[in-house]
Design a protein around this ligand. Structure first.
Ligand SMILES: [Cu+2]
Length: 269
């Protein structure tokens, strides 16, 4: 990802493109001193200031996460222990790996979030609930992020018994059985916590993780490794990417007042 940002540019593109290249060079130098992992590219667009020189606006921070090594080949999940699970995938083999990438090494299920740099203060309240579903004896999604206090709906969409063992450390953990198709439980978490492990003790292949934030500036990478954090105030931030099997990497980023910022995070094997 070098050069062009995927996000729309301000209208006076050429001057700002040059400005962004200079900013990029500066950022790369800064990052080299700051971090011990690889940043393979970043594009920053110049921001605007009002007459007092105050930066304004909220922008979108987007980018991607890459795994620089060779991901282990996915292996078939043996669901023979449960007839229902087998029948839910009749005619197909469900493959799994602790590190899931696309053909370009783009890493999915990574929690990307603002770790440092946010001003104290009120953040917009979450207006929606989040869903952790169990479907075909798999969690959907595998990696989930919620706000502290936000309602999490845990649903069993399968006609078989699952239990949901939520092994929180900073929050109160719980372990609930969900024996009936369509049953839902509602829970929430009080405190920020990264990567709460979730497992089904009946089906040993079922794993998920939940991260809890006290602010809204986070996302989970899509199957193409991409993420977008919307509405971030201009400023200097530390962005962390956390993966359940690979750990965490972080980078510093300056988010300009208008346009967009783009970063690339790379996990080394
Ligand atoms: Cu289960």
């Amino acid at each position: 990802m070098n050069g062009a940002a995927a996000s729309p540019e301000p209208s006076n593109g050429r001057a700002k493109r040059w400005a962004s290249r200079i900013a990029l060079a500066g950022l790369a130098l800064g990052l080299a001193a700051y971090s011990t992992f690889t940043i393979s590219g970043a594009v920053l667009l110049a921001g605007d200031h009002d007459e007092n020189g105050t930066i304004r606006g909220r922008v979108s921070l987007s980018g991607g996460v890459q795994f620089a090594g060779e991901a282990p080949a996915p292996e078939p999940i043996d669901m023979a222990a449960d007839e229902y699970c087998l029948s839910a995938h009749e005619g197909e083999t469900v493959m799994d790996s602790p590190v899931l990438t696309d053909e370009n090494g783009r890493l999915r299920d990574v929690v990307v979030y603002v770790k440092e740099g946010l001003a104290d203060g009120d953040h917009p309240e979450p207006e929606t609930t989040e869903l952790l579903d169990q479907e075909g004896c798999l969690y959907a999604p595998r990696s989930l992020a919620v706000r502290a206090g936000q309602t999490l709906v845990i649903r069993n969409s399968d006609a078989t018994l699952h239990n949901v063992n939520v092994k929180a450390r900073e929050n109160r953990g719980f372990n609930i059985g969900q024996p009936i198709k369509g049953i839902e439980a509602k829970r929430s978490f009080d405190a920020p916590e990264i990567g709460i492990e979730v497992a089904c003790d009946i089906h040993g292949w079922m794993h998920a993780n939940i991260s809890v934030f006290d602010h809204p500036y986070f996302d989970v990478t899509r199957p193409d490794g991409g993420f977008t954090i919307e509405g971030l105030p201009a400023g200097d931030y530390v962005i962390e990417a956390w993966h359940h099997a690979l750990g965490a990497v972080e980078t510093a980023v300056n988010v300009p007042a208008t346009g967009s910022a783009e970063i690339e995070l790379v996990f080394e094997p």
